[in-house]
Structures are given as structure tokens and as C-alpha cells.
Design a protein around this ligand. Structure first.
Ligand code: HEM
Length: 159
């Protein structure tokens, strides 16, 4: 493993939601979902990832994200570069503290015909908890709503 990304080794592998994640936002009906996360590397100073979410009841594929995580060598500064199937691309940046990654959007762009409302800001936390579960929390601000929680989910490592 490239030494630059060693501090992120706790993320590597495949993670499956152990119980349904909870989605909410003031403008939508609360929903539940399952999600699989995969983090890997090929020896570069980069973590590759893909996230695939499914409807908790119908198992229908929903949200999908893929991208890369980089670290600034010699620092705890992290960049999270992601493309989403909704037509959104973003760069989040933040800091790694122990086994917790706190990220905030630094740049957001979207396809010209993206659905409204448009996302204005995103913050995201990944935390490896003491019970061995990985937790992800995502908050967003849109054209119409201030920054608040959209997603909360935990995963167990499946490989
Ligand atoms: C709705 C953004 C991840 C499921 C929305 C809306 C936005 C959004 C802007 C519309 C809110 C409104 O109408 O006011 C995002 C962003 C994500 C993300 C930026 C990642 C960073 C996910 C994930 C799921 C999900 C992982 C899992 C299933 C939904 C559902 C709705 C929704 C079911 C309501 C129905 C719909 O508008 O399609 N999301 N979302 N989202 N999101 Fe997400």
C-alpha cells in the first residue's frame, strides 16, 4: 500500500449496511435504504471507491457514487473526489482525525438538466466506531433549505 494513504487503511474493503439507513430532508418523505461501499487501492497514493444504494423494500437500485480519495502527503488533509448518478460532481475536502473523516464540499458542478432543487453545500462524516461499525452521515443545503441531515447509515465489513 502506498504510504501516503496508510492513514486511510481502516476504510479498505467492502462494507454492507447492517440495518437500513435513514434518509430525510424537510421537503421529502423519510425513506430507508441499503448501501454497499467498496474502498480499494492499486498501489497509487489514492483510494478508489464506489457506493451503491438500494431501496430497503423493493431492492431497486437508487443512488450511486464513485470516485477517489487523496491525502496531502505529510498532513491530515483529505480530498474526496466524487461523481454521482444524479449528474452531480463534487470535491469535498477536510481532515482525518484518527479513524474519522470530516469533509465539506469545496466545489460542486452538475449537468445542465439536473433536477431541482440544486445542492449548494454538502458535509459528510465517515467514522469507524468503537463497535467496529462504519458510520456515514451526510448533510446538504439546497436552493430552498439550509444545511441539514439527509442521510445516516452504519455498515459492517463484509470483506
Ligand atoms: C432526494 C441529494 C444521496 C435517496 C434528494 C434531493 C437532493 C438529494 C437534492 C431532493 C431534495 C428536495 O426535493 O428538496 C443527494 C446528495 C446525495 C444523496 C447530494 C449524496 C451526497 C442519497 C442516497 C440515497 C438518496 C445515498 C439513498 C437511497 C434520496 C431519495 C430522495 C432524495 C429517496 C427523495 C426522492 C427523490 O427526490 O428522488 N437527494 N442525495 N440520496 N434522495 Fe438524495
Amino acid at each position: 500500500m502506498n504510504p501516503t494513504i496508510l492513514p486511510l487503511d481502516w476504510l479498505l474493503g467492502t462494507w454492507q449496511s447492517d440495518e437500513p439507513g435513514e434518509g430525510c430532508f424537510p421537503t421529502i418523505k423519510p425513506f430507508r435504504y441499503f448501501e454497499t461501499l467498496q474502498f480499494s487501492h492499486v498501489g497509487q497514493p489514492v483510494v478508489n471507491f464506489s457506493f451503491n444504494a438500494f431501496h430497503a423494500d423493493s431492492k431497486k437500485p437508487l443512488h450511486r457514487e464513485c470516485g477517489f480519495i487523496r491525502m496531502q502527503p505529510g498532513t491530515n488533509k483529505v480530498a474526496f473526489i466524487v461523481a454521482q448518478n444524479s449528474g452531480l460532481v463534487e470535491i469535498e475536502e477536510g481532515e482525518l482525525t484518527g479513524q474519522q473523516l470530516n469533509l465539506r464540499s469545496h466545489a460542486i458542478a452538475r449537468i445542465s438538466f439536473a433536477k431541482e432543487p440544486h445542492v449548494k453545500e454538502i458535509s459528510r462524516v465517515f467514522q469507524l466506531r468503537a463497535d467496529g461499525k462504519l458510520e456515514q452521515r451526510v448533510s446538504m443545503a439546497t436552493d430552498t433549505q439550509p444545511l441539514m441531515e439527509h442521510l445516516r447509515i452504519t455498515y459492517i465489513r463484509s470483506s
